[in-house]
Write a protein that binds this ligand. Structure first.
Ligand code: ZN
Length: 452
């Protein structure tokens, strides 16, 4: 039983709330209760967010790509550095890094992750003896940490728009559709060893890394789970797709694929007003990764138009250059304010920006990962986060101001407890296996940097 001094139950703040969790789901919620000796007592309980987009291995290169050389640095020069780094990673490294990343996500207040996974093969592109070796490593990291995993094996067949062959640095990512379907089946087997809330969807790297025929084939053959794809992250990508297919990537997908509520369009940064409203009406979730999008110089999302059209959104940490739930939400809003020279942009009509961002990302993220969570309600998965509202940054705020304080004035350290489908992974601000996971990560990083 969890006893919270205050809890956000659906959209209402209730006090002295006892929550019962059975088989990973919330079975009972009662307010006006008194503390019992066997309760886990917390201050303020919120639905925990899903981190809907991650490439966990990229966390290990954070801080290695911020040095400016003569010439213009760009997303594309960053990508070349990422390819070089990737060449040195073994399956053991990938598992240790993923476990550390999942630990950081849990400690930041995320209960689940969409791991958009495209590092499949050996350096040079030959598959491992076990085609799903790397997927099994991701599943093992999820088991170690207790995070709720939506594993998204990624189809990555081409090196650029127009079925261009993969470059050397991309060979570890490559599969044709037949091999990809086998990989998805193998990934499902690996994830079947995890708790029942963990599952497998389908990732398509981007329109530039697939073809219309392959896309249709994968979509026709899939059985279940969400579909995630990078779209329109960079202006060059939009121009390349337009030159090849005669339409911008979001425009093409909306016209040619059955984009609906089980889709998540990652980044969706460069969209026209028409694409923005059409995407909002499709029911797809916009997978926004504001910290990475700022770090890579992608540009800001068309937030106000999208929200006003009723669009769903969630947040992800993508490159994992920094894992911070509050920083993602804050950067999302601040990117809008800086572009528009305005305040309080990400809200429809009058209301709390922090609550709009937090509640919207909770619901959209859960939908994107098909988790049956996103709010504190009977029947929902017990994806829960407790924060300490007595810290100086939050202590003077009313309940209706609390999420504004969390998003704009607090740090991740206010998180005291996190449950993922009832698994109490973070207690007193620390992951329960923190020391061992960090020790393994340090050893992996020494090994990687020695080999570079
Ligand atoms: Zn990504």
């Amino acid at each position: 039983m969890i006893f919270a001094k205050r809890a956000l139950v659906k959209e209402n703040w209730l006090e002295n709330v006892r929550i019962t969790v059975e088989n990973g789901r919330i079975s009972e919620i009662k307010n006006g209760q008194t503390l019992r000796p066997d309760d886990t007592r917390v201050d303020t309980l919120l639905p925990a967010l899903a981190n809907l987009h991650s490439h966990s291995f990229q966390r290990a290169m954070a801080g290695m790509t911020e040095y400016h050389m003569i010439g213009k640095d760009s997303f594309w020069t960053w990508r070349n550095l990422m390819y070089k780094f990737t060449a040195h990673l073994t399956p053991e490294h990938v598992e240790a890094i993923a476990a550390f990343v999942f630990l950081e996500m849990l400690e930041a207040g995320y209960a689940s992750v969409g791991e958009f996974h495209y590092l499949h093969h050996q350096p040079g592109g030959a598959p491992y003896d076990d085609l799903g070796e790397m997927s099994a490593r991701i599943a093992a990291a999820a088991a170690t940490t207790g995070i709720g995993l939506t594993h998204l094996p990624v189809l990555y067949t081409y090196g650029g728009a127009g079925e261009v062959a993969l470059e050397f640095g991309q060979l570890r990512f490559g599969n044709n559709v037949d091999q990809f379907n086998k990989l998805v089946t193998r990934a499902q087997l690996a994830v079947s060893d995890l708790p029942a809330d963990c599952h497998v969807g389908v990732g398509l790297h981007s329109m530039r890394a697939t073809s219309p025929a392959d896309l249709a084939s994968v979509l026709d053959g899939r059985s279940k789970g969400p579909v995630h794809i990078h779209v329109s992250e960079q202006p060059k990508e939009v121009a390349d797709i337009q030159a090849w297919l005669g339409a911008r990537p979001v425009e093409w997908l909306l016209e040619n694929a059955d984009v609906s509520s089980d889709w998540c369009l990652i980044h969706a940064t460069h969209m026209t007003e028409g694409e923005t409203t059409s995407m909002a009406k499709s029911g797809a979730v916009a997978g926004l990764c504001p910290v990475t999008e700022a770090n890579l110089g992608d540009g800001p999302f068309n937030g106000a138009t999208y929200l006003n059209a009723g669009g769903a959104f969630g947040i992800g940490s993508d490159s994992n250059v920094l894992i911070s739930l509050v920083e993602e939400l804050r950067t999302l809003e601040y990117s809008q304010r800086l572009r528009d020279i305005a305040r309080n942009v990400m809200v429809v009509g009058e209301g709390s920006v922090g609550q709009t961002l937090y509640v919207g990302a909770a619901r959209g993220g859960a939908r994107a990962l098909e988790r049956g969570a996103g709010e504190i309600a009977v029947g929902s998965l017990a994806d829960l986060v407790a924060i300490d509202s007595t810290v100086p940054a939050l202590c003077s705020l009313r309940s209706d101001q609390l999420l504004d304080g969390l998003v704009f004035a607090a740090k991740d350290g206010v998180v005291t407890d996190v449950w993922s489908a009832g698994r109490h992974a973070v207690q007193s601000g620390r992951h329960v296996s923190r020391d061992q996971i960090i020790s393994n990560y340090r050893a992996a990083m020494f090994s990687v940097t020695e080999s570079i």
